[in-house]
Design a protein. Sequence first.
Length: 95
Amino acid sequence: MDFEFSWVTFFLIMIAMALADVCWTLYFIDVEERRAHAAAFWSAMIILVTAFTVTNYVENKIYIAAAFLGAYAGTYVTITWKKKVESREKSGNRT
């Protein structure tokens, strides 16, 4: 087994996993709001983005750390953004 490490791959996996978790979060929001088409879109995007991530960290286990960091960041940023949007909508300021 070849265990070469690349910072570029590490950051690409981290970004891809962050994007996957953004997709997961938006998927659950759309499922909860019963928006079938939007939820189906996010479901497909989850598969697409996760495929890249998994194929890379299966080859080198150190990339699991990148996936972990990306997953955390993706969910955190998406939920924070959603809360800000909801707060603006409640206050009537939709700018």
